[in-house]
Design a protein around this ligand. Structure first.
Ligand code: GDP
Length: 293
């Protein structure tokens, strides 16, 4: 992940080393190259603009121009700004109710069903008792897929009505009141593209279940389209955060570097493979470190 961006940036940084002090011209050229690298990595142009304006202002400050290690200072400025656009610090889940409800939403193929099982497994490790709820009645195979995944990690899956997700959600809420489960994860229906029927269904599930978290699952591989659909989902559902999947692929970085800055909502987890434990809490500083090699 980030190989291209990493390579481009390290080339730029290398061109600054051994130059002694830097001139304004050196810095302007380096900033221009950073800008091109980010655009090539498919980072949203508005995010790139703000990023570059901020790096430039800091890099042209006295400290860098007069420094004896201007290259290191420049790298630090880029690193700080990368962390800044990704949301500064790691965001945690805010689970307040009993049972706590986590609603997973997103387009079909984004990795929602797989992520439901990954998240259940992750939360169980932190001591929570989790019930998976198969509320994706649009894609029939999704229910069977979730059942299979649940079995493989020994986490129960509530299936119930295969036609009406609101009935399943209602059953899950009632059932969990007097059960040992303190966390419900709803796998909801997606579509290949956003449509009105899907949004209305999700809004109804939200209204019925008053979720602690509404997490949108976003595929890193689809680039800026993912950021546009994130904006639309957020507008309709007021999501509490994102889970960006397929970060192990050759995603160029655009989604992870744009989504928080554009929507104002944090990325809470990333998916880094198909296996159940290929799932991590998102740490902006670690990702910035990975990008900078
Ligand atoms: P849904 O339609 O949103 O429920 O998507 P699925 O959960 O069925 O996932 C679609 C495909 O993406 C499956 O083949 C998953 O194994 C794969 N997938 C999900 N998350 C990841 C990830 O983080 N990395 C990789 N490489 N594949 C993933």
């Amino acid at each position: 992940m980030f190989e291209n961006l990493q390579e481009r940036l390290s080339k730029i940084f290398r061109s600054l080393t051994g130059q002694g002090r830097l001139t304004e011209k050196n810095i302007n050229e380096a900033v221009r190259q950073v800008k091109l690298s980010l655009l090539e990595a498919d980072v949203n142009f508005k995010v790139v603009k703000e990023f570059i304006d901020s790096v430039k202002a800091k890099a042209l400050g006295e400290e860098v121009l007069k420094s004896f290690t201007p290259d290191q200072q420049f790298v630090k400025i880029v690193r700080d700004e990368l962390i800044n656009i990704m949301g500064k610090s790691a965001a945690t889940l805010n689970l307040r109710h009993h049972p706590s409800v986590i609603m997973l939403v997103g387009l079909q193929g984004s990795g929602k069903t797989t992520t439901a099982a990954k998240l259940a497994n992750y939360l169980r490790k932190s001591g929570r008792t989790v019930l998976l709820v198969a509320a994706d009645t649009y894609r029939p195979a999704a229910i069977d897929q979730l059942e299979k995944l649940g079995k493989s990690i020994q986490i129960p899956v509530l299936t119930g009505d295969r036609k009406n997700p609101l009935i399943i959600v209602q059953q899950a809420l009632e059932y969990s009141k007097n059960s040992q489960y303190n966390t419900l994860i709803f796998d909801t229906a997606g579509r290949l593209h956003i449509d009105e029927e899907m949004m209305e269904e999700l809004q109804q599930i939200k209204q019925l279940s008053n979720p602690d978290e509404i997490l949108m699952v976003v595929d890193a591989m689809i680039g800026q389209d993912a950021v546009n659909s994130a904006l639309e989902f957020d507008k309709r559902l007021n999501v509490t955060g994102f889970i960006v999947t397929k970060m192990d692929g050759d995603a160029r970085g655009g989604v992870i570097l744009s989504i928080t800055h554009i929507t104002g909502k944090p990325v809470k987890f990333i998916g880094v493979g198909e296996k159940i434990d290929a799932f991590e809490q998102f740490h902006p500083d670690r990702v910035a470190a990975r990008i900078l090699g």
